[in-house]
Design a protein around this ligand. Structure first.
Ligand code: HEC
Length: 175
C-alpha cells in the first residue's frame, strides 16, 4: 500500500512537470495560442475573405473581408487585412498600435473604428493573450490586399454590404 502511494506520488510529480512543460511559452507555443485565440474569438468571420459567403479562403486567412457592415448614419466598414503586408495590412503598425486599436478602437491615424469591430469585448484581454494574438498575426504570410471602403453615408459601395432589413423585405436570390 505504501509502495503504491509512493509510486502515485512520483507519477503525479511527473505529470506536473509534463504539464508545466506543455504550458511553457516558447515562441512557437505563443504563436499557436494566438492562432487558437483568433479562431475562438471570431476574427476569421470578419477578417478572412469568403467567410460570410460560406467559402472562407483559409490560405489567405485574415487578409481582409469583402463584406462590409453597414452602420446607419456612419457608413459601411469591411474587416481590414491583418497580415504583415506593409501597405495594405498591419506590417507598418507597432505592437503598441495594434494593442491600442484592439482595446480602445483608436487607430494610429486617430479614427475610432466602427462598432462592428468588437473592440469593447477585447478591452480587458490579458497581456499574454494580446501578445499571443500579435505574434500570430506577425507569423501570417504577408498578403497584399486592400479591402474596399470604408464608405461614408450615401456613398455607393463596390462590394457586399451586410444590412438590416425590416420584416417583409424580399430576400435576395442566388447570384
Ligand atoms: C464582427 C466582426 C469582427 C470581428 C469578430 C473582429 N473584427 Fe476586427 N474589425 C472589424 C471591422 C469591420 C473593422 C474595421 C472597422 C472600421 O474600419 O471602422 C475591424 C478592424 C480591426 C483592426 C484595425 C485594422 C485597421 O486597419 O484599421 C484590427 C487590428 C482588428 N480588427 C483585429 C481583430 C482581431 C485580432 C480580431 C479577433 C480577436 C477581430 N478583429 C475580430 C470587424 C471584426
Amino acid at each position: 500500500m505504501r509502495f503504491f502511494g509512493f509510486a502515485n506520488g512520483i507519477l503525479i510529480a511527473a505529470l506536473a512537470v509534463a504539464s508545466a512543460q506543455a504550458q511553457a511559452a516558447g515562441p512557437d507555443d505563443q504563436t499557436e495560442r494566438g492562432r487558437y485565440l483568433t479562431e475562438m474569438m471570431g476574427c476569421n468571420d470578419c477578417h478572412t475573405p469568403g467567410y460570410f459567403l460560406g467559402k472562407p479562403d483559409m490560405a489567405h486567412r485574415l487578409s481582409g473581408s469583402e463584406v462590409a457592415f453597414e452602420i446607419p448614419g456612419m457608413g459601411a466598414f469591411a474587416g481590414p487585412n491583418l497580415t504583415p503586408d506593409k501597405a495594405t495590412g498591419l506590417g507598418a503598425w507597432s505592437d503598441a498600435e495594434i494593442d491600442t486599436v484592439m482595446r480602445t478602437g483608436v487607430r494610429p491615424d486617430g479614427r475610432t473604428l466602427a462598432p462592428s469591430m468588437p473592440w469593447r469585448s477585447f478591452a480587458s484581454m490579458s497581456e499574454e493573450d494580446m501578445a499571443a494574438i500579435i505574434a500570430y498575426l506577425r507569423s501570417l504570410p504577408a498578403t497584399e490586399r486592400k479591402v474596399p471602403g470604408p464608405f461614408g453615408p450615401g456613398e455607393t459601395s463596390n462590394t457586399f454590404v451586410m444590412r438590416l432589413v425590416p420584416p417583409g423585405a424580399v430576400v435576395a436570390g442566388a447570384p
